[in-house]
Ligand binder design. Sequence first.
Ligand code: PMP
Length: 456
Amino acid sequence: MNYAENILETIGNTPLVKLNKLTAELPCLVLSKYETFNPGNSVKDRMALQMILDAEADGRLKPGGTIIEGTSGNTGMGLALAAIVRGYKCIFVMSDKQSKEKMDILRAVGAEVVVCPTNVDPSDPRSYYSVSKRLGEETPNSWYVNQYDNPSNCKAHFQSTGPEIWGQTEGKVTHFVVGVGTGGTISGVGSYLKMKAKEAGTTVKVWGIDTYGSVFKKYHETGIFDENEIYPYITEGIGEDILPKNVNFDVIDGFTKVTDKDAAIYTQKLAKEEGMFLGNSAGAAIKGLLQLKDNFTKDDVVVVLFHDHGSRYVGKMFNDDWMRDRGFLEEEVKTAADLIKNHENKPLVTAQTEELVSHAIERMKEFKISQIPVKDAEGFVGSIDETDLLRSFITDKEIADKPIKDIMGKPYPIVKKSAKIDAISKLISKENEAVLVDLENGNYHIVTKYDVISSI
Ligand code: PMP
């Protein structure tokens, strides 16, 4: 009989799968190291087990102990599986930008999950780095894993992922492309492949995928840790606002940055065009690889590593409403009808000429809008916007109690639903903040300067 003694024995030996459609424009062979075949559905099972084995071996982790870690989900899953088999408890600290699915999944495998705010400085006591450290100090018989600086992270990839890729490509790999978070994957695999290539008298180039809002690329290129580059981003799993010890910059030949939008779009494309239902960092990795295309030639064998599974992103990159809200859907916006599609069913907010300015201000506050068309019995006869209000207030402090007709500006131009976006843009100016769209059923809707800018 051929069976594994427990689930941990199924970690590793994942397949290498060729990409076809998305890489059709490239001259070389592109192979993906398909890590979702691991039992926790991510590459992180490898390093999680290695970190536990090494901590057991040198006494940092003792029988019945509690494992504490700050994790975006995948390391947590690997640690939880190993903890179940080897008899430990787990407490995981996550940032609130992580998908709810990731938190639920960790709870499903018995872990306690503590959620921390994303938009605070790493040194802030509420940050997920600080909270994980504090829990490590306060919980008896606990071990704080610290995947960022724990050398077993990199070692796992040097000892398993790297040798697998070298063996599966029969030493023909010429480039390795991978997203960088803690740096364990790129540094471990990269240094193994470079070592083997040197022995064989060949070369392997190692490329890291970074994201906008992260410090890696600039630090690699200039040695400058630029705090100006740090800002919140949407892409999950890659990029950092710290320099983890596991990132070995010497092994990395270069970084390319991928936008949140591109990473999300390419996560969808992998599923739809390759049948590869994968996580967000896989989308970033394949887009980054395509950005690097000028570095590849005909005989190259490029290996890209895909970290985790699509199921953890069903409420995000695989949800079109989520994508649309962030402007990530590549929908062609051509006419007035396209511009009002998302709010067509909501009633148009208007004001009457005889109402007081205070009424219009209240309505602006309630609906969070900056301009209102003004009507009388005849139809649209004027408009009122923030700039008019401010200008009038400067000359007359009692403006709120005056009728709207005293301060209103010109009425907004009216266009048909079929009006082209170029024509609408020409109508919008400093003096004219919006246009009205005739819905041809007696109703109208508004297209503002903001709507036009958002559609670009
Ligand atoms: N992708 C995903 C989905 C991850 O969870 C991680 C780990 N943060 C990475 C990429 C980056 O891998 P590494 O930490 O080994 O650099």
